[in-house]
Design a protein around this ligand. Sequence first.
Ligand code: NAD
Ligand code: UDP
Length: 368
Amino acid sequence: MIGAGGFIGSHLCEKLMAETPHTVLAVDVYCDKIKHLLEPSDLPWNGRIQFHRMNIKNDSRLEGLIKMADLTVNLAAICTPADYNTRPLDTIYSNFIDALPVVKYCSENGKRLIHFSTCEVYGKTIGAFLPQDSPLRQDPAFYVLSEDSSPCIFGSIEKQRWSYACAKQLIERLIYAEGAENGLEFSIVRPFNWIGPRMDFIPGIDGPSEGVPRVLACFSNNLLRREPLKLVDGGHSQRTFIYIKDAIEAVLLMIENPARANGFIFNVGNPNNEVTVKQLAEMMTQVYSNVTGLSPLETPTVDVSSKEFYGEGYDDSDKRIPDMTIINRQLGWNPKTSLWDLLESTLTYQHRTYAEAVKQAMSKSTAN
Ligand code: NAD
Ligand code: UDP
């Protein structure tokens, strides 16, 4: 599992250790999020998970590890919107160039590959180009994103979110071509905003103070510091959020059912959990108040421009509703957890994990 030390990787490792007999060769440059699975040495899954600290960009051990495994799961990527504008070259290299050897070694050695792409490959919805008041905007044909029929609609080159999407799309096409020409057994996963504990970092606590993580961690940080949640360009964009534990069930089904998963691209999301970013902020404010007993802030949100928040050249996805037909037919999988419930367990975790550290960091900076 490459990228095993990240958010999704840590949950997948946990699931594989707790509920299956599989052995995992965990590859990443970091292991903080899976430390609890590696130590102490008397854990029940002792010997079934092995951490290999390496950067796949430049490490000759990669092919040997792929040869040792039956299946490679590739999660490694730069995949945070704040990075797309500020580190566009790293983003393109990470999502396309660095994934090339992984695909090549799997294909040449006859090994199965589950590759993590993104819902971003769909780009904007067709409906986004209709007039604001067009009734067709309400028609699912203009916004539901289907693996085998929706077009991929990207913005212009200087809007660098689409460089991430384009790099992911090209590696999908390459994997598909390896399947068609050389018989590579593959599945491609397109995650739709998977969220939950251990996602990204809290700036200044377990990540850089000036860093900008994805929205769950940004809003958690604001709530922990009791400051208003920042709505980029009004928070009008829409997202469907899925609980990480539901999504991991889908990945496990892919791992365990190669005959039904090979050759497919799968949307993995929860179409029932759609909100605008503004609604997400309001819901998180309410849930955080419920789980902590703290009163909600008087001014819970504040508007910021995307230029101020992310810098020049930011663009957004308007709406992301996954079509669930293929994953439902092939794997019989459906998401279960409501947005309210997943926010309750996630914000309980965030509070328990970070509240004390944030309090200390804030009192230190006031004293200084
Ligand atoms: P993450 O950043 O938490 O995890 C990625 C991991 O890959 C990190 O631990 C990082 O250290 C590792 N990595 C990156 N480059 C590496 C390299 N060169 N060598 C070794 N390790 C490297 O992100 P995540 O949310 O767990 O996402 C995993 C995958 O899923 C990514 O490919 C991402 O594009 C895709 N994805 C996730 C979401 C989501 O909702 N979380 C949405 C769309 C796509
Ligand atoms: N966003 C926001 N405030 C924040 C962080 C993000 O309004 O503090 C918005 C961002 O502009 C986007 C949405 O939240 O519209 C989701 O952002 P995220 O970084 O989670 O990733 P994306 O879904 O865009 O890939």
